[in-house]
Design a protein around this ligand. Structure first.
Ligand SMILES: [Zn+2]
Length: 318
């Protein structure tokens, strides 16, 4: 059983596994999924058991993952009767990995504003010396109903989530054509929102992706070169995107990002790059060999590292 979300006790909120990964790598928050406790997202089921009845995570902390991350039942996890998350695993198959399928939970929207998490204040210890007439801390703080926010399970602010949906269901073209994705004002099916880099002229503002040819490490930036070329005026042009090192230095997930890009440089693995937020455009840059001459290249500067991913995609044809 794959869970679309799980309840995180310390945040008093439901998170997707992609939210969990984002928090794990975020150096500005104190969060480690290995120390957090997760429970069934079905409120009736969760409250029927104590905090020890938890869920496990898969690929929550691995920077370079291949298999789809998810929450999973632990061998002892219990659910109430009728809970949709009851494991279908029979005792005979116990221990076998049965959750190794594609991502089934397609977010219908990628929110461009990052989700904020507020940690639940720990239960205050009773202070025996406190004067009796001291006003109690407002009891409403912990019981306030969460207003309906834009964090419904079908929306995400983590780019890796729709990318995983696309990548892990790549062979199911009908499904990708059927599932809608909204980013900003633009809505399209997953199949058309993800655009091969060589066809970037078809439409602006999409998620572009393609196989990486090389990654160059310069003084102030990294350059990602794509294998495929863009045809314009009957001529082929190279495509690349630049990542400013200054942007990376100030990134809240700096360490994980550097790990991702450094393991990609010089890697023998076939790697793909996905990005949103910039459409590379034809530019004329001076030639190194002959500075009087210029050559054309489709190029763009990545502005938000939250919407940029380098990853392995087994079985995907660039
Ligand atoms: Zn349950």
């Amino acid at each position: 059983m794959k869970f679309n979300t799980a309840y995180c006790i310390s945040l008093d909120d439901k998170l997707s596994i992609y939210d969990v990964r984002d928090l794990n790598f975020d150096e500005t928050v104190d969060f480690d999924s290995a120390k957090e406790r997760f429970q069934c997202p079905n409120d009736n089921c969760r409250t029927a058991f104590d905090a020890a009845n938890g869920l496990g995570t898969f690929n929550a902390k691995n920077v370079n993952y291949i298999r789809t991350p998810h929450f999973k039942n632990l061998p002892g996890t219990r659910h109430i009767e009728g809970c949709a998350y009851v494991s279908l695993r029979t005792p005979a198959s116990e221990g076998a990995e049965t959750d190794d399928g594609p991502e089934e939970h397609f977010p219908s929207e990628l929110l461009l504003t990052r989700r904020q998490y507020v940690r639940k204040p720990s239960t205050p210890m009773p202070d025996v010396d406190a004067p009796r007439n001291q006003p109690k801390p407002s009891a409403t703080t912990s019981t306030t109903e969460h207003p309906t926010r834009d964090t419904a399970p079908d929306k995400t602010s983590v780019f890796a989530h729709p990318v995983e949906c696309f990548v892990s269901n790549f062979d199911d073209k009908d499904l990708l054509k059927r599932m809608p994705l909204k980013i900003g004002e633009h809505t399209a099916s997953y199949g058309s929102f993800f655009k091969k880099i060589e066809y970037l002229q078809d439409n602006k503002g999409l998620i572009y992706w393609g196989k990486i040819k090389a990654i160059k490490d310069y003084n102030t930036s990294f350059r990602i070169d794509f294998e495929k070329k863009v045809w314009f005026d009957k001529k082929p042009y190279s495509v690349n995107v630049y990542l400013s090192k200054n942007l990376i230095e100030n990134y809240r997930k700096r360490k994980a990002f550097l790990e991702e890009i450094k393991s990609a440089i010089g890697s023998e693995r076939e790697l793909y790059c996905f990005f949103y937020g910039v459409t590379p455009e034809l530019k004329h840059v001076p030639s190194k060999k002959n500075p009087e001459q210029t050559f054309g290249v489709f190029s763009g500067d990545i502005e938000n590292l939250d919407h940029f991913i380098i990853r392995e995609v087994p079985g995907l044809e660039g």
